[in-house]
Structures are given as C-alpha cells and as structure tokens.
Design a protein around this ligand. Sequence first.
Ligand code: PSU
Ligand code: MN
Length: 305
Amino acid sequence: MNHLFQKSKEVLDAEKNHLPIVALESTIIAHGMPYPQNVATAREVEQIIRNAGAVPATIAILDGTIRIGLTDNELETLGQAENVAKASRKDLAYLTATKQHGATTVAATMICAERAGIPVFVTGGIGGVHRGAENTMDISADLDELAKTNVAVICAGAKSILDLGRTMEYLETKGVPVIGYQTEHLPAFFTQTSDYPVNFTVDSAQTAAAVLQDKRTLNLEGGAVIANPIPDAHALNETYISRIINDALAEAEANGISGKETTPFLLQRIHETTGGDSLDANIALVKNNAEVGARIAVALNDLAG
Ligand code: PSU
Ligand code: MN
C-alpha cells in the first residue's frame, strides 16, 4: 500500500485481528441503482457481511485517494453525487492524479482489493461480452481483469443485456474458473438460470474456499467467478425480462449509446420499464451474494489462518 490508498479504521482493525474482509464495489452505488435505494442497499449489504462474521470494505476514490472501506457519510455522498466518474482500470491513475471522485467497477475494485490484500469481493453482476460485440468489440474490462487479478468475485452471473455464451467462451480462453454456487448453470442475474453450464458446481462455502486456496497455492494468476443465483422468491419471469432487455438494447442502439455509457444506460432503462421490479430483484440478489461471499471469506480465512 502507498500514499494513493487509505484504509478505514474498521478495515485496519480487522487486519489487526485477522478477521476476514469482503470487498464491495461502488459503481453499483453511483451508476447501478437510483438514490436513495443505492445507499440503503449499500448499508444493508455491509451489515449482512458483519453479521456473517466478516468485515466489509466498500471501495471508491474520494478526492483522488483510493479508499478501502467507507463511513456511512461517505456512502451517502457517493450515492447522492451526480457527477462521480465511473472508474474502470483505465481511469484509476487519472482520477487519483487529478484528485477526483470515482466509483469503481468490478475491474477497478478487483485491482484495489488485490493491492489491499483482500481476496474476496461481492457484487451484483459482472460486465461481459456485449451483444453485437462481433461488430462493436464492446467487451467489459471486467473480463480481462478476471484474467489477471487474483480476487474471487461473488455475483449473480451476468445480465442478459450481455451475450452470455460469448462471455463464457472469453472467460474459458482466459482460464478463469466459473464456479456455480449450488447451481449447474450460469445464473442470468434476474433469473436463476441460463442455457450455459458453469465449469464446476460447489455446494458449500467451504468447498468454494478450498478451491480458492488451492488456486493460490498453485500460483495461478487471475480471479475466479463464483456465480450465485438470485433467490427464487425474487427472480423475475424470463419472458417478461427478456422483452424489456431487448427493448432497452434497441433503444441504446437508436440513441447511439456506446462505450462506458452502455451498461448504465441499459440498467437505467430496465429499471424504468419494470417500474422498480428489476431494482427489487437487484437488491435481493446483492444481499444474497453478500451472505454467501461473507461465508466464503470466513472459510478462506480459516484455511489461511
Ligand atoms: N452489471 C450490473 N450492475 C452494475 C454493473 C454491471 O448488473 O452496476 C456495473 C459493474 O460495476 C461492472 C460495470 O463492473 O457495470 C461494467 O461496465 P462496463 O460494461 O462498461 O465494463
Ligand atoms: Mn464496454
């Protein structure tokens, strides 16, 4: 760690006491959910992690400092601010050098978590290969980060705004294990399943942790995806959400949306057209991921200790 980083007191105390720490991203707060549900969810997710015996570390850039762990007030600032940059790998050094705020994506959060010595990271969904990428070449930097940075990402799969088949192929090429948590298929965020099998299925947090531990012992660079389906009671109807996603994609194309704007635009449109159903689902799956991720962090910490 160097002068660009600052750990919260809670995180420093956790380190001192050898407690497991779980990293959390901030793009989901600043660009993935509307205010005030974004801040309320961020706080609840942190509490779920504490209740499971781990310590949360939400990661963001504030005034150019990479913060590992935020206070309640800082979460509020991030959730309310309208002009916080979406920070992926390419943006990190610019935002620190020019002393700006940044909300870290999965890719950037993985980098910061690895530098801070945190091996487990919980989010909602990862970025992936976008539909039509054979023309646009729009492939999220999250995938290449998973190829190089050794942090496990607990998520509910990826949204079907993406091309899930190509996303799986890309991860396979890069040697990133996609591990289903009590599921044999890649979950599609709003729905529990998809047409794409995961590489392996684990039934417990202990087995997931054992895989991560051996991956480290084998010195295998890169991360792992642990895909945890949305709880059944909160899953959306597949036909219904597919139609909404297709409409949002058509609208993005008609409006010439591209680059880093694409994902936030699609999330926002889906939220508007489902009248909040997608937001409820999103909140439920993130909380569920926090529960499972914290248990994996505890198990991994036990193995390492
Ligand atoms: N998928 C979601 N919600 C999100 C994101 C993805 O369901 O909030 C965010 C994550 O921060 C992810 C980023 O890392 O979008 C990917 O953006 P892009 O496709 O521009 O790489
Ligand atoms: Mn992109």
